[in-house]
Ligand binder design. Structure first.
Ligand SMILES: NC(=O)c1ccc[n+]([C@@H]2O[C@H](COP(=O)([O-])OP(=O)(O)OC[C@H]3O[C@@H](n4cnc5c(N)ncnc54)[C@H](O)[C@@H]3O)[C@@H](O)[C@H]2O)c1
Length: 441
C-alpha cells in the first residue's frame, strides 16, 4: 500500500493498529489509540497479562489516573484486544514496537526481546505496513538491527514495500496517560514522507508538538534527554555528599542555588531506578563504543547515582556498627513515589547490602502487594527505619505510634519528605541524606 493510501486510512481511523509489548508504555498507547477510534490489537508474550487486559483489568498497579477506566472501556467495547499470537497482527497496517530494551552487566544493549519481537513481526509483515519503534534504543539500532532483520527476513525493501520509523515514548509511571497526551514527540522516519505520516498519526493522540526528524536524531534525542536527567541528578547527589562532609544542609543549599537565574538543581536522593534512567545513558554511551569519542561524563554520573544505596548503607552503619540481628524497616521498594514499579529499585540494592550483615530486614511498600500491609505493625521492634521512596503515605506517618512500637527510635530519610522538627520533637534520632547541619540557620 502506498503511503498516500495509508494516510487516508489513518485519517479516517480505518487503519488497523498493532502494539507489540503491553507493558508500562505499550498498554496505555494501545488503549489511547483504541479510544480515538482505531481497531487495536496488542501482543505480549505473557499470557496472564493478556488475560487480565482482555477481561478489562489493568495489570499496572500504583496511582495511574484514568488508566484502569480506559482499559476497561476499550476492552469491553472490543476496540482493543490483546493476544499472544502474532498471527492476529497479520492484517495490521501500523505496528508500534514497545518491548523492553535493557543493558547487560557490561552496559551493552541486551536486545533479546527486541530482536525476537522484530523477527516475529517479520514472519507476518505484509506489504505497505508502517512499523514504528517506540522503545528507547541505542542510537543506530533502527538502521543496524531492526531494518536488516525486517529486510532479510521478509525479502521486502524499506521505503518501498514497508515503512519504518522511530518515535520514542516520553511516559513516566504515575503519569502514563497524561504524558502520552501532553508531552511533545519526535517522529523520526526513514524518509521525510514517513516522518510526516508518523507525525500525523501521533497528532491524533498527542496534544503537543510532534516534530519530524530522521531516525538517528530521534534515537539520540530520547537517550540524550534521559542522560541529561541522570547527569543532573548525579550533580545534586554529589553536592549532597559535599554538604554532608562540610556540616551543611543540601536541601537549604539547593533552595538558595535555585535563586540564581538558570541554576536549576534537581533533588538528591537515595538512588535512581526504573527501567529507563539507569540504562538509557549507557545506550547513548554504547553508540560510540567502537569510535574514539571519549565518553567520560556519562559513566561518572552513573557511578555517582548507582552508589547512592551504598551511601545510605554507610549512613546506617555509622549509626550502628554491628547490624547483626538488628531489625531494619525499609519504607518504599518501588523506585518512584506512588508507583508499583520496582525495576532497578535502589531499595533492592540496599536490601542486598544489609542482608550481608546478619540484620533482619522488613520491607513496606503500599503499592507492591508482597510488601503492603500495616506500616506501624511492620515497624514493631525495629532498630531503624530507612525511608527510600517518597510515597505520599509516608509524608503523614504517625510518629507517636511509630516511636511507641520501635526498639530504637532512629530514622534515615533518604528523600527529605519528613519534617525535621516534627521528627526530632517526637523523640527520634534523624539522619537526613545530604544534611549534617544542626538544623539552625
Ligand atoms: N517505563 C517507562 O517509564 C518508559 C518511558 C519511556 C520509554 N520507555 C521505553 O519503552 C520500552 C518499553 O518499556 P516498558 O517500561 O513498557 O517495559 P515493560 O517491561 O513494562 O513492557 C515490555 C513488555 O513487552 C513484552 N515483550 C517482551 N518481549 C516480547 C515479544 N517478543 N513479543 C511481545 N511482547 C514482548 C513483555 O512481556 C512486557 O510486557 C523500553 O524501551 C523503555 O526504555 C519506558
Amino acid at each position: 500500500m502506498p503511503l498516500f493510501d495509508l494516510r487516508k486510512k489513518i485519517e479516517n481511523r480505518s487503519a488497523k493498529l498493532a502494539v507489540i509489548g503491553l507493558g508500562y508504555v505499550g498498554l496505555p498507547v494501545a488503549a489511547l489509540f483504541a479510544k480515538k477510534g482505531f481497531r487495536v490489537v496488542g501482543v505480549d508474550i505473557k499470557q496472564d497479562r493478556v488475560d487480565l487486559i482482555n477481561s478489562g483489568i489493568s495489570p499496572i498497579e500504583g496511582k495511574e489516573p484514568g488508566l484502569a477506566e480506559l482499559i476497561s472501556e476499550v476492552a469491553e467495547s472490543g476496540a482493543f484486544h490483546a493476544t499472544t499470537d502474532y498471527k492476529e497482527l497479520s492484517d495490521a497496517e501500523v505496528v508500534l514496537i514497545d518491548v523492553e530494551t535493557p543493558v547487560n552487566a557490561d552496559h551493552i544493549p541486551e536486545y533479546q526481546a527486541l530482536r525476537s519481537a522484530v523477527k516475529s513481526l517479520a514472519s507476518i509483515l505484509k506489504n505497505g505496513v508502517l512499523v514504528i519503534v517506540e522503545s528507547t534504543v541505542m542510537p543506530g539500532t533502527v538502521s543496524n538491527v531492526i531494518l536488516p532483520i525486517l529486510e532479510e527476513e521478509t525479502g521486502m525493501v524499506c521505503n518501498k514495500d514497508f515503512y519504518l520509523g522511530n518515535c520514542p515514548e516520553r511516559v513516566m509511571p504515575g503519569k502514563l496517560l497524561h504524558n502520552l497526551r501532553k508531552m511533545s514527540r519526535v517522529a523520526g522516519g526513514g524518509t521525510r514522507e514517513t516522518a510526516e505520516l508518523m507525525a500525523d498519526l501521533y497528532s491524533i493522540v498527542v496534544e503537543a508538538d510532534v516534530d519530524t526528524a530522521d531516525w538517528i536524531t530521534a534515537e539520540i534525542v530520547k537517550t540524550a534527554e534521559n542522560t541529561y536527567r541522570d547527569v543532573q541528578i548525579a550533580f545534586a547527589n554529589e553536592v549532597a555528599l559535599i554538604c554532608e562532609a562540610l556540616g551543611a544542609d543540601v536541601w537549604r543549599v539547593r533552595e538558595l542555588v535555585r535563586k540564581s537565574p538558570g541554576r536549576e538543581m534537581l533533588l538528591p536522593g537515595a538512588g535512581v531506578g526504573g527501567h529507563c534512567i539507569p540504562k538509557d545513558p549507557w545506550l547513548l554511551a554504547s553508540s560510540v563504543r567502537e569510535s574514539d569519542v571519549p565518553v567520560r561524563l556519562i559513566p561518572a554520573a552513573r557511578e555517582i547515582n548507582s552508589g547512592m544505596p551504598d551511601h545510605i548503607f554507610n549512613l546506617l552503619k555509622n549509626q550502628m556498627e554491628d547490624l547483626n540481628k538488628k531489625r531494619i524497616l525499609i519504607l518504599g521498594y518501588a523506585y518512584l513515589s506512588d508507583s508499583d514499579d520496582a525495576r532497578n529499585s535502589p531499595s533492592e540494592e540496599l536490601v542486598k547490602l544489609i542482608k550481608n550483615t546478619g540484620a533482619n530486614i522488613v520491607i513496606h511498600d503500599p503499592f507492591i502487594k508482597k510488601y503492603s500491609g500495616d506500616m506501624i505493625e511492620k515497624a514493631e521492634h525495629c532498630d531503624a527505619v530507612i525511608l527510600m521512596t517518597a510515597h505520599s503515605e509516608y509524608e503523614s506517618i504517625d510518629l507517636k505510634q511509630l516511636k511507641r512500637v520501635m526498639q530504637t527510635p532512629f530514622i534515615i530519610d533518604g528523600r527529605n519528605i519528613l519534617d525535621r522538627k516534627h521528627v526530632i520533637n517526637a523523640g527520634f534520632e534523624l539522619v537526613r541524606l545530604g544534611d549534617t547541619s544542626r538544623g539552625e540557620e
